[in-house]
Design a protein around this ligand. Structure first.
Ligand code: FEO
Ligand code: CA
Ligand code: CA
Ligand code: CA
Length: 595
């Protein structure tokens, strides 16, 4: 409620220095302990991690690579004991595999430059990569003030790029999802590029499939029915080499497989044998996150960004209501409802436009013969509605206490002067911005609300950057490239960044605490920073906000790193041990709220 909002405490930790070095840093008076590293055991019978002797079978039982979203689901309401759910977004082969990548020379524009030359992928390396993707569910518990994994936790589970999943909602069983392996269009193996995510009020985990285009190779004929849509979605991206060993990732051989990715996946962490479900009602695009809130009328509202330059902000409103006494009924809430896309107007209003087959331009004549077409080709449908083209929407986070919603817009160096609008106010937007939406009357299902820019990011001392941090913000307190964010138990905003590095800003990524209310609005303070080469992901508070879980992704990925020559060996700092993406648990020394 508003009263609560106005009395929320200002951040009072001592800000740390911005900068870049080989390790992480947290504000004085806080402990930051490594909780889970790539290769750590997830089960009591997991093998020991040996980076020199990796195998897919071992990786399937070990914590995956590039931890991104982190969610905490309490067990029996206990804030100190619960399930940690963690996305493993992607893999860095050059940092993972010994004697595989090396730095060589390539010629560009007649100039010789350093380059990482990739070895040839083998099936074994691809299988390890596939096993290092997906997610981890692991029981964690605070013992004597310190968090630790519970390896015999009965809910512990690894999901990978091969785990069997089902499809529900409007696109389930549709022709566009049928493949040679799956003529039913309802059975998909794996989830990939799970970036941010969410946890629902009924204790399920939402994994957002983001840059799925990178896993597909091959070519589609120009007369193929998916040709135009695949162009719009950047398919094939061709970065990963999986198609060499798995036909389903070759769009020439299996043209519909890519329609089976780019969804929000709902996982029931309390049933380790359950099949995760791809919820197609929430649309298909490069989903960054899927943070939800129970609206005052009981409907559930899910916010999603589509992380691409000039793409859109979405929200899904369920038809049914959340029932705190009937978990089974809640399990299908995300199959029925209305997906909306945002149009931000110059007058400071935002219209949430419904994406419904048969309404407006979403007709058969325009290529939308059913709601299945609308959700499979969400981007094309939103294009027709004239949604506002944004500067790479990342996490979109509702604040349940205030009716406000925070949209992280990470950057867009390609916006031209003539493409500037009020919601994307800077051309060549290198440092991104944050939009604050105020949903009308605290109704998250509202279709017309208001908004303003909370922050234009970047260094306020460089006039041409045009940053808008408050004057109380120190030289350490400004940041660029907002990506993920979290709201703490007092309703305060914490922002994680992706893209601050020695070259761009002379600093690393980290966590900044941002004041949103009163005179301090727009003041930001640096709380935590990552080691060189890493980005900051997964900020997540436990319910009492006395623990802050953060995910350090791709540490050591600076310059032209390889397994042998990473930019850091964080967090182990042992010869022969590569840097390891890790989840860090931050607590206040002696206990108490993160403040
Ligand atoms: Fe995976 Fe939008 O960052
Ligand atoms: Ca990210
Ligand atoms: Ca978030
Ligand atoms: Ca990002």
């Amino acid at each position: 409620d508003r009263a609560h909002a106005e009395t929320r405490p200002a951040f009072d930790f001592d800000e740390i220095e911005a900068g870049v070095d080989e390790t992480h840093h947290v504000a004085n008076g806080y402990d930051s302990d490594i909780l889970l590293r790539w290769g750590d055991k997830v089960f009591a019978d997991s093998p020991d991690f040996d980076p020199l002797k990796q195998s897919a079978a071992a990786q399937e039982k070990l914590f995956g690579y590039n931890n991104d979203y982190v969610g905490f689901i309490p067990l029996e309401g206990n804030p100190d004991h619960g399930l940690l759910v963690v996305n493993h977004e992607y893999t860095n082969a050059e940092l993972m595999f010994p004697n595989f990548a090396h730095i060589g020379k390539k010629v560009e524009d007649g100039k010789e430059e350093d380059a990482v030359i990739m070895g040839d992928h083998t099936q074994e390396l691809v299988d390890i990569e596939m096993a290092a993707h997906g997610g981890t569910i692991i029981e964690v518990r605070k013992v004597g003030g310190k968090w630790q994994p519970v390896l015999d936790g009965k809910f512990n589970r690894r999901l990978t790029a091969k785990t069997e999943m089902t499809v529900s909602g409007p696109a389930a069983g549709h022709d566009r999802l049928k493949t040679n392996e799956d003529p039913t269009g309802t059975k998909v193996f794996g989830t990939i590029n799970n970036c941010a995510g969410g946890v629902t009020a009924w204790g399920t985990w939402l994994m957002a499939e983001e840059n799925i285009n990178n896993y597909f190779s091959g070519e589609l004929k120009q007369d193929h029915p998916e040709y135009a849509a695949y162009e719009r979605y950047g398919i094939p991206g061709g970065e990963f080499k999986w198609a060499a060993f798995y036909d389903r990732f070759d769009i020439a051989k299996e043209p519909n497989e890519a329609n089976r990715f780019g969804w929000v996946v709902e996982v029931d962490p309390f049933n380790p044998s359950s099949k995760p479900v791809k919820r197609t009602a929430l649309g298909r695009f490069k989903h960054e996150g899927c943070e939800s809130v129970v609206n005052k009328d009981g409907r559930v509202v899910v916010y999603c960004g589509d992380d691409e330059r000039f793409d859109y902000v979405y929200k899904f409103v369920t038809a049914g209501k959340f029932n705190p006494d009937d978990r089974a009924a809640n399990m299908t809430l995300l199959d029925n409802g209305t997906l909306h896309v945002a149009k931000f107007s110059e007058d400071g209003t935002v219209e949430w436009m419904p994406l419904i087959h048969g309404q407006g331009p979403l007709t058969a004549e325009n290529g939308f013969a059913s709601q299945a077409d609308v959700v499979v080709h969400t981007r094309l449908a939103a294009d027709l509605l004239g949604a506002t083209k944004m500067d790479r929407p990342e996490d979109v986070q509702p604040n349940p206490g205030t009716g406000k919603v925070y949209c992280m817009l990470t950057n867009n160096s390609k916006r031209k002067d003539e493409q500037v609008d009020k919601a994307n106010p800077r051309a060549k937007n290198k440092f991104g911005h944050i939009i604050e939406i105020t949903e009308t009357d605290g109704d998250f299902a509202s279709t017309k609300s208001t908004w303003e820019v909370l922050l234009k990011c970047g260094d306020p001392d460089v006039a041409e950057v045009g940053a808008s941090f408050s004057t109380a913000t120190t030289k350490n307190g400004w940041f660029g490239m907002p990506d993920n964010c979290a709201i703490d138990a007092d309703g305060r905003l914490w922002v994680a960044t992706d893209g601050n590095n020695e070259k761009a800003t002379g600093r690393t990524d980290g966590i900044w605490a941002v004041e949103t209310e009163g005179e301090m609005r727009g003041t930001s303070k640096l709380f935590f920073r990552v080691p060189v080469g890493a980005e900051m992901c997964g900020p997540c508070f436990n319910p009492t906000s006395d623990t802050f879980f953060v995910a350090v992704q791709h540490p050591g990925d600076a310059g032209l790193p390889t397994f042998e020559t990473p930019a850091t060996r964080w967090p182990d700092f042992k010869d022969g041990m590569p840097p390891r993406p890790s989840v860090v648990a931050i607590t206040k020394a002696g206990g108490g709220k993160i403040a």
